[in-house]
Design a protein around this ligand. Structure first.
Ligand SMILES: NCCCN[C@H]1CC[C@H](N)CC1
Length: 292
């Protein structure tokens, strides 16, 4: 019976378990921060698992990586400097690189093993590291942001794992305050914001903190990702107060902004209709989370 208990006791989704058929285990390791597993699934391609939690699969990673990158970057005029917090698999970098206006991409990933494993088993994501605009920093992002120049970034994308373990501090007020300080006026933060079906308390807490910290706007968006718990994942899009001309409506991208995307035909999930639709929220969420 012990095996049954092990499957159903993740505090992020108690009583719930998700399974994919494993054809072959390709890598098993343990870094200073977490256990790393890569396996070939029978129907979702290769899968990256950290501490027993699915991070991405080749089949559905496009939904998450494209939305977390293009929701913020298609909401502001010609983003130039972008910071990625986490994102060690390189998928978000691949997406940011499509924006021709971007001149500098900093990335701060705490676990080098994730980068090395992605380069070895997920070249179609790790390709993001090959862009010459990318500057890689290995370390704690909260620390990195505390030392970042005030107002340096047009956009900060927090591509984190769940807030248990290394990513715990990335949902707390001090982190959001350092992110707001590092953004220019009218700059935008987009961070992973869990599931509307499972985490409305956490979403409420994050939105309350963000409304205090970001004087521009705070919006919640979501996308379908079949291999994430409850099959959806949310995004919190926050902007610092700034000249209105600099921050277009985060819900409806300006068509020409989308036009600034290189290799648009490679996009498998994002488009301007999905961008706008992502901000449409179910009634239970609007009821359970105030100010949505
Ligand atoms: N860059 C890979 C996605 C990392 N994002 C998280 C993975 C684990 C999920 N429970 C929540 C999103």
């Amino acid at each position: 019976k012990a095996s049954k208990k092990v499957y159903f006791n993740n505090p992020m989704w108690p009583g719930e378990a998700h399974s994919l058929k494993v054809d072959k285990v390709l890598y098993k390791g343990k870094s200073d921060f977490q256990e790393v597993l890569v396996f070939e699934s029978s129907t979702y391609g290769k899968v990256l698992v950290l501490d027993g939690i699915v991070q991405l699969t080749e089949k559905d990673e496009c939904a998450y990586q494209e939305m977390i990158a293009h929701l913020p970057l298609c909401s502001i005029l010609s983003p130039k400097t972008v910071l990625v917090v986490g994102g060690g698999d390189g998928g978000v970098l691949r997406e940011i690189s499509r924006h021709t206006s971007v001149e500098q991409i900093d990335i701060c990933e705490i676990d080098k093993m994730v980068i090395d494993v992605s380069k070895r088993f997920f070249p179609e994501l790790a390709v993001g590291f090959e862009d010459p605009r990318v500057h890689l920093h290995i370390g704690d992002a909260a620390d990195f942001l505390r030392h970042a120049p005030k107002g340096k970034y047009d956009a900060i994308i927090v591509d984190s794992s769940d807030p248990v373990g290394p990513a715990q501090e990335l949902v707390e007020k001090p982190f959001f305050e350092t992110a707001a300080r590092a953004l220019r006026p009218g700059g935008v933060l987009c961070n992973m914001a869990e599931s509307m079906w499972l985490h409305t308390h956490l979403i409420q807490d994050m939105i309350s903190v963000c409304r205090e910290t970001f004087k521009g706007s705070v919006h919640y968006a979501w996308a379908s990702v079949p291999t994430y718990p409850s099959g959806v994942i949310g995004f919190l899009i926050c902007s610092t107060e700034g000249p209105p001309v600099d921050f277009v409506n985060p819900v409806n991208p300006i068509e020409k902004l989308e036009g600034a995307l290189k290799h648009k035909r490679e996009l498998r999930f994002y488009n301007s209709e999905m961008h706008s639709a992502a901000f449409a929220l179910p009634s239970f969420l609007k009821r359970e989370v105030s100010s949505l």
